[in-house]
Write a protein that binds this ligand. Structure first.
Ligand SMILES: Nc1nc2c(ncn2[C@@H]2O[C@H](COP(=O)(O)OP(=O)(O)OP(=O)(O)O)[C@@H](O)[C@H]2O)c(=O)[nH]1
Ligand SMILES: [Mg+2]
Length: 598
């Protein structure tokens, strides 16, 4: 049974006497300012279960069992969810209610179910800033120091808290490595001005980001609506058969539904989007944030993007499209590259995007969406064609995973592969869940990739400077020398000599033209040689970055893996429990991931 759409407004039935906020359009179509009502009661439930398999009563039982086993802390959190959801008018209440409701009346959307499928023992903590970390740690110490009042039950440190603690630790170490080993070199060689790639604390501590990219009208916005269950709600993203989305829409968690203009998002340094200000006011007008109190968004931020229109000239967009894409691609923990099987045109803009994704292949998932438009045989043909057109673009031994399904709440057409679509949808959600759980690993990898780029940049500037100094004789014209070396860097083996250094990949080298502009603003003579960037106590800047890339960050990564594995060893059931468990019939075993259908 597929999810049935509701009449507009049903989810937010109570507007009288509630706060009204406006939500602007995120589309080309000049939509009127929309009023979002903050409901005073929970919206009604849909009568049919979500698409795919319904939550079985067996699973519901398991969930009840699990919640019985939760500590006080968890119960409190659940109460909070209920309070919040009353306010949301349906999202959260439905989620909690679905835990105890029989499958037939469950109406939860896939994203919500996935959010619930999160392991009770979080591998990574909610991310917070260093200052907050210290504050938190200070509070903990104070609490530990003062004895608990006799009538207060002493809260034992739970495994969840321990896991959180270890995650916080990793985050703190990551920030420390960035600030002490990478940032100094970044600043000394003005890396920020080269690629507009500065890493902020907010970025290090932000939630994982999922980016939706692809040609126009392939169903990106519909997919987000479906994942979050936004269809027919006032927050529903605009969709349509024509090119619809013209803005980068960041869908994130908030206490209440509200829209944030791009200029406001960029001005707020506590958000990870403030570096986007560098792409100009033209771009900020194309950036919009939507905060929604949704459970999935507590763990992940989704970004909808304008569809690629191959025959559109880039300058028409009014902002540097490729650079903006690069910014999001570099930071995305997961990139959903969505295609419509009925129009697989790979043109120049998409090719450019593939180039920009080099090095991020493991984050890419290709989605052959709207697969319900084709009969199975045609779909197979399209699948082959997709790989054929992508082969020269994604040149890795292990090509990205392709998901074939139809990510919308409508019924699949009768002559299509229902079973396959459902399984693919489940796999995609598991994949997403995995990425959320691995967020800390991704952050470390992101910082390491950033460090590699900073190192390459510093080596290049150093080599330019060395060449410049060598060419500058008593009678040399500085202007002429500068022009020579920036116009023809290959004549002076600038890039080749950097490439010859250990661990420099040609794919990490920026284009030579980039340095013509860079040195035009930052004269080459204004920099210092790398060999002179050493302090008495701190060592040399380059050595620090190299140590971070080669030792510190990989060590942090492996310590994280060890920490994740450790609780498993501690949790080993005692012999008696083991024997008891062995007696139980297999079906009663709890699946590791509650989302996975066994
Ligand atoms: N048959 C079918 N149609 C779909 C599916 N998903 C979306 N659509 C339709 O495809 C059209 C385009 O959907 P959008 O979500 O607006 O596509 P988009 O990729 O966001 O488009 P742009 O914003 O223009 O880039 C709409 O008319 C949707 O109703 C699907 O799974 N199957
Ligand atoms: Mg769209």
């Amino acid at each position: 049974m597929r999810l049935q759409l509701q009449k507009k407004g049903d989810r937010f039935p109570c507007c009288d006497g509630t706060e009204e906020i406006t939500q602007s359009s995120s589309n080309d179509t000049p939509a009127p300012e929309r009023t979002v009502c903050q409901p005073c009661t929970a919206g009604p439930h849909l009568d049919t279960p979500a698409r795919g398999e319904a939550v079985s009563s067996e699973e519901v039982g398991e969930e009840e069992e699990a919640s019985e086993g939760l500590g006080e802390e968890e119960s409190e959190q659940q109460e909070e969810v209920v309070e919040e959801s009353e306010y949301q008018g349906g999202f959260g209440v439905e989620a909690v209610a679905a835990e105890v409701k029989p499958a037939e009346t469950s109406n939860r959307n896939p994203g919500e179910m996935m959010a619930d499928a999160a392991p009770i023992q979080e591998p990574n903590p909610p991310l917070i800033l260093e200052a907050e970390l210290e504050e938190v740690e200070g509070t903990v110490t104070e609490q530990e120091a003062s004895p608990a009042p006799s009538d207060t039950p002493v809260e034992k440190p739970t495994k969840k808290a321990a896991a959180k603690g270890s995650g916080k630790d990793t985050l703190k170490k990551l920030q420390h490595i960035y600030h002490t080993a990478i940032k100094p070199l970044e600043q000394a060689y003005k890396y920020k001005e080269l690629r507009q790639h500065e890493v902020s604390d907010a970025e290090i501590t932000s939630k994982p980001m999922v980016l939706f990219l692809g040609p126009w009208s392939v169903g990106k916005s519909t997919m987000i609506n479906y994942l979050l269950g936004l269809q027919n709600s006032p927050q529903e993203l605009y969709t349509g058969a024509e090119p619809t989305t013209s803005e980068y829409t960041v869908i994130m968690h908030g206490e209440k539904v509200r829209t944030i203009e791009g200029i406001v998002m960029a001005a707020d340094s506590s958000r990870s989007f403030s570096p986007l200000e560098k792409f100009g006011q033209g771009f900020l007008e194309k950036l919009v944030g939507i905060e929604i109190p949704h459970k999935l968004l507590e763990r992940v931020t989704l970004v909808d993007t304008p569809g690629i229109i191959e025959n559109r000239k880039q300058q028409e967009r009014g902002y540097p499209y490729n650079e903006v894409c690069q910014w999001f691609i570099d930071r995305a923990d997961l990139i959903f590259l969505v295609f419509d099987p009925t129009k697989l045109d790979v043109g120049l803009e998409l090719e450019m995007l593939f180039k920009q994704m080099k090095g991020r292949e493991s984050q890419i998932r290709i989605i052959l969406n709207k697969a319900d438009n084709l009969a199975t045989q045609d779909l197979m043909r399209v699948y082959g064609a997709l790989f054929w057109s992508m082969a020269p673009l994604i040149n890795v031994t292990e090509p990205p995973r392709v998901y074939v399904s139809s990510f919308w709440p409508q019924e699949y057409a009768s002559d299509t592969s229902h079973e396959l679509f459902r399984k693919e949808e489940t796999s995609l959600l598991e994949d997403l869940n995995q990425v959320i759980e691995n967020q800390m690993e991704n952050k470390i990898a992101f910082i390491r990739q950033h460090a590699i780029r900073v190192r390459v940049h510093a080596l290049l500037v150093d080599r330019y400077l060395q060449t410049y100094n060598e060419k500058m004789g008593w009678f040399a014209d500085p202007e002429e020398v500068f022009r020579d070396i920036t116009a023809e860097p290959d004549r002076f083996y600038i890039f080749k000599s950097v490439l010859a250094k250990a661990n420099v990949s040609k794919f990490d080298l920026p284009e030579a033209e980039v340095y013509r502009d860079f040195f035009g603003v930052n004269p080459v003579s204004g920099f210092k040689r790398l060999e002179s960037q050493c302090g008495w106590t701190g060592g040399c800047l380059l050595d620090k970055v190299e140590k971070a890339i080669g030792q510190d960050l990989p060590a942090l990564l492996s310590s994280l893996t060890e920490k994740k594995e450790m609780p498993k060893a501690e949790e080993k059931p005692k012999a008696a429990e083991k024997a008891k468990a062995a007696e139980k019939p297999k079906e009663e075993e709890k699946p590791k991931n509650r989302w996975r259908r066994q």
